[in-house]
Write a protein that binds this ligand. Structure first.
Ligand SMILES: [Zn+2]
Length: 235
């Protein structure tokens, strides 16, 4: 494109398979809408090879059942988790040449419930949400910065959020600092409605109940600050 070619006219690319790194949704949108290329993600590791793939529905990753066994576990206890519960992806591959048993990938994901619209019956993972190290555990559930970004992307009123995890007694407390767009910050009558929306979106995507929401002016949360601040055990 930089050389002055019309990409869409010259190249007849229809389908791209991507792997190795997480695909940001805005890059997928760009490839699909601006360039007309359908994009399918593959998930795998260097040790095992391909573990899962996306079908045309683009709703999660179908597991290559004939090649691998995938478990989702709590990385601290090793306990297996159920559908919708986020944990570490652990893979077993009984390949004769290079068998791998219960390989801990360090990636975070969860099983999706129900059958895929494409008709394939293989179990699916809900994409790879990130690395274990970037996530914090709140009341037994993982919270990852990528989930926060997803919440923000669903709410046009909010430009940025930060999660503050504290502790009261034996309970983790979750506070959200949310930057409101300049259109909404001054409109106090709108705050309650937006707070309710944020709370329910957060519950839906992160499966956690928010204890407190604080609205701040756009630009108040520094870009370099972490999206999740863990204040537990700091006095
Ligand atoms: Zn499918």
């Amino acid at each position: 494109q930089d050389m002055g070619y019309d990409f869409k006219k010259i190249f007849k690319l229809r389908l791209a398979s991507v792997t190795g790194e997480m695909l940001p949704s805005d890059l997928r949108q760009k490839l699909q809408h601006e360039y007309g290329i359908a994009v399918r993600q593959f998930y795998g590791t260097a040790e095992i090879g391909t573990i899962g793939y996306e079908c045309s529905e683009q709703e999660g990753l179908h597991i290559l059942e004939d090649a691998v066994i995938v478990e989702i576990i709590d990385p601290q206890t090793g306990r297996q988790l159920g559908p919708g519960e986020m944990g570490e992806v652990v893979v077993t591959s009984l390949n004769r040449l290079f068998p791998v048993i219960r390989f801990r990938t360090g990636d975070l994901s969860c099983y999706l419930e129900g059958a895929c619209k494409c008709g394939k019956t293989s179990p699916r993972l809900k994409g790879i949400l990130g690395r274990i190290g970037e996530a914090k555990k709140v009341r037994g559930l993982f919270l990852h910065p990528k989930q926060l970004k997803e919440v923000v992307s669903k709410l046009p009123e909010i430009t940025r959020i930060q999660a503050l995890i504290g502790r009261r007694g034996y309970r983790d407390e979750l506070k959200l600092k949310a930057e409101l767009g300049s259109l909404y910050y001054g409109r106090l009558d709108e705050h309650e409605r937006i707070a309710e929306k944020l709370e329910s979106k957060f519950k839906e995507l992160c499966r956690l109940k928010v204890d407190e929401i604080e609205f701040v002016r756009e630009g108040s949360i520094n870009e370099n600050e972490p999206m999740i601040v863990d204040e537990r055990g700091m006095g």
